[in-house]
Design a binder for this molecule. Sequence first.
Ligand code: ADP
Ligand code: GN1
Ligand code: MG
Length: 370
Amino acid sequence: MSELEEHIAEIGACFAINGSFVSGEEIESGHINTTYLATYEEEGEGEFRYILQRINEHVFKDPHAVIQNVSRVTRHINRKVLRRKKDAGGQTLNLYPGRDGKISVEGPAGGVWRCYNFIEGCATYDVVENTRQAYEAGKAFGAFQDLVSDLPTDRIVETILDFHNTRARYARLMEVIEADPKGRAASVVEEISFIKEREGIVGKLLDLVETGELSERITHNDTKLNNVMIDKATDEAVCVIDLDTVMPGLPLYDFGDLVRTATSPVEEDEKDLSKVTMRMSMFEPLVEGYLATAQNFLSPLEIELLPFSGRLISLEVGIRFLTDYLEGDVYFKVQHDGHNLDRCRTQLALVKSIEDQEDEMMSFIRKVTS
Ligand code: ADP
Ligand code: GN1
Ligand code: MG
């Protein structure tokens, strides 16, 4: 057994998992938590797989509160989904408790860990492969928003304050540019001026919340394409994952993040920016899928703002990647020097691409909702 597998087996041993450890590996698609896949053999029953995940304590100041939230959300969803017979065959996310019965475990080498069932037969995609996946992702996150709409808000903790406060994200970037702790600001003058030219839009949704024209509800808040498990055989969306930021937000933030991650033909860290584009061919099925499950609860103003949400969230995430680059890569996991800057650049290219096509995006929305 490799050193990594020994480590994974040690963590797995803290949880109430049946059978004996067979193998383990790291899953590297997320930017935040440490995620391991562990396989166990149950005599006469076959192999069963689990996800072991360490909550990133730098990002989530209160990891126990995060797991409490997740537990509330998964129990709420399970109760509702199981009640609907037609969905009972589908897979949902479940937390497996530690051997002491608690929903989280202190790892042998530290950290707060949790264990989930592995969603079988599925994959996550960093880049959308076809229009069906785009449709299904939109539909799944709309259905998720619907499912959590009646969660009592007083039972859900805000796991990261001001998470989608784009105005605060912008202000933080300006502070970091000023302080320039790693001496990197001079090398990103173009990116900074691109962002500054768009200061006027960072507060647009927040202003509408203040005037009461938009209202918050419980949303997912991290609806990257790779946060939904998609059936490998049918491309059907099976289960929404990564529930750490489920808290009050705007449905528009969720849709915007889908536009950001499910319409471009290339990865978030693509270096050839000429390849980065918001494709109408993916936006259209994304809208259709999302409206299939969300149209009932969206207001006319929210529907009107769907294209804008893609522009805003791409800008917001671009701001966050640039901030992290300037701070010395302390938030997002990075694989190489300049990784956050590469990611920032693709986000800004997406903003531009959305701006160029916003009229067309709007016409499509009008067509399908009229
Ligand atoms: P992060 O917050 O780091 O993004 P995620 O919860 O999104 O962490 O997990 C990272 C990746 O691990 C996901 O993109 C997915 O590929 C895989 N994963 C997470 N949970 C499960 C699960 N229950 N079943 C199968 N794969 C999972
Ligand atoms: C992170 O955890 P992950 O990789 O699914 C981040 C999102 C960003 C995204 C950018 C808790 O998502 O907010 O939009 O990276 N999650 C958190 O790719 O900060
Ligand atoms: Mg994730």
